[in-house]
Write a protein that binds this ligand. Structure first.
Ligand code: ADP
Length: 423
């Protein structure tokens, strides 16, 4: 059907997170990896384009998002969503504001909102300040992020250097007064020529109020949770027949491969918990891979019974990661592991695996690229922000779940199978 909402996400697992929350309503959601080369055909009501522009130079990010916008416009979308991380992940050199201004210019709209809150995952905004759990952003572990160290928690101050127009705030007191109060405050800010409006939200009920008040704006910007109420709102407005647009999923064959390239604290726990169950496993080490290549793991894989959902993992603790990075260089260590994971995925698909559980954002990108997957249909959610997805690879129908490092419970790898088995 004609696309109602066109979404552009600044990274891959962020796109699956957004698509998963939209799909909670049961509606069909389609995710494209990069801007498709072909014009839109057979589009879903909710289309998400995953880009990889979070840390790209401003001009590059603006150009890529404009290309994504053009494709989504051609799909029929008249409302758009610019999705970034719920920890903002954007410094003074960042591109969130510049991309929003580029999209606003292309859409001829004078105002948008910024709401990265994701209360279920502990991200809230109060008086324009972003919190991670109970800590201000700039006191959270995000202050030491290798690419986007967040040294200020105030979203207005973070945004101001990224935009040419004025930045303002709709605070929690206004949001608590409800939909009409938010609408009239937006109008008051428009009269003062304020183009960029940060909006406070500390709970899902705030996000509902904001989505309700702003659902007809040509451009919304924020984290995934702000988009969650939109399918129901469009249905209430008569734009969408939620029943007719329900997605129906069929689980593919249960031959499974679990691939883990994330070294986050949560993934380490998930791998440990899966290993405790005695599943067949193979540990990848970047130094050994650099020396012996990928054949040993492929030979091991060829002998596995994929109905036991074996695990191939490079996941390890920070001291081992550091040691490999010192020997090989950060980029090289990462690339060697990613290439091995992708090769394993292709070999497993060729031997009949139809379900893939992948941990790690970059790792997921490498695996989908290896499998030549460029579009995903969003399925049921395994954990907040982590859905199963379905796709075609070499003419075979696969289920893939792509988990960003810190998401999911300790039992994620078994939770994933349980969700598909219960379809
Ligand atoms: P996350 O979502 O947790 O950030 P990613 O997959 O995005 O996970 O990033 C993890 C990076 O670490 C990848 O580039 C991966 O190849 C690399 N990596 C994985 N295991 C190791 C290891 N043992 N030593 C060095 N780098 C590793």
């Amino acid at each position: 059907m004609t696309t109602l909402l066109g979404c552009i996400a600044d990274d891959f697992t962020g796109a699956t997170d957004l698509a998963g929350l939209l799909a909670r309503s049961g509606v069909k959601v389609s995710l494209r990896i990069g801007v498709p080369d072909t014009p839109p055909l057979d589009t879903a009501a909710f289309e998400v384009i995953a880009l990889k522009c979070r840390t790209a130079p401003v001009a590059e990010a603006v150009a890529e998002t404009r290309a994504a916008l053009d494709w989504l416009k051609a799909a029929g979308a008249r409302r758009f969503f610019w999705k970034y991380c719920s920890t903002f992940d954007s410094t003074a050199q960042g591109n969130i504001g510049a991309v929003a201004e580029g999209l606003m210019a292309a859409l001829g709209t004078a105002q948008t909102i910024y709401c990265p809150a994701f209360p279920e995952n502990g991200r809230s905004i109060f008086m324009g300040n972003l919190f991670v759990g109970e800590q201000p952003l700039a006191e959270s572990p995000m202050k030491d992020h290798p690419l986007t160290p967040m040294r200020d928690s105030n979203l207005m101050r973070l945004l101001a250097p990224q935009v040419s127009k004025q930045v303002g705030l709709i605070n929690r007191l206004c949001v608590a007064r409800g939909v009409d109060a938010v609408k009239s405050e937006l109008a008051a800010l428009t009269a003062k020529d304020i183009a960029h409006v940060v909006v406070d939200a500390v709970a899902n009920s705030d996000l509902s109020t904001i989505a309700h008040a702003c659902r007809d704006m040509p451009l919304l910007t924020g984290g995934s949770a702000l988009a969650m109420p939109l399918p129901q709102l469009y249905s209430d407005d008569g734009l969408l027949d939620l029943k007719a647009e329900q997605a129906h999923h069929v689980a593919p064959d249960a031959k499974t491969l679990v691939l883990s390239g994330s070294c986050s604290a949560m993934t380490n726990k998930q791998v440990a918990s899966y290993l405790e169950m005695g599943v067949p496993s193979y540990q990848l080490d970047p130094l050994t891979l650099a020396k012996n290549g990928v054949n040993p793991v492929l030979e091991w894989l060829a002998e596995q019974d994929l109905t036991h959902a074996p695990l191939i993992y490079a996941t390890t603790d920070p001291s081992n990661v550091k040691a490999a990075q010192v020997r090989l260089g950060v980029a090289q260590a990462g690339e060697i592991v990613e290439a091995a994971l992708a090769a394993c995925a292709v070999a497993a698909r060729n031997s009949g695996a139809r379900r893939f559980v992948v941990a790690g954002g970059e790792s997921s990108g490498a695996v989908t690229q290896g499998l030549s997957v460029d579009a995903l249909e969003i399925g049921p959610e395994i954990a907040p922000g982590v859905p199963w997805t379905f796709c075609e690879s070499d003419g075979k129908r696969l289920a893939l779940t792509l988990k960003s490092g810190n998401f999911g419970a300790e039992s994620f790898f078994t939770d994933a199978s349980t969700v598909l088995d219960s379809l």
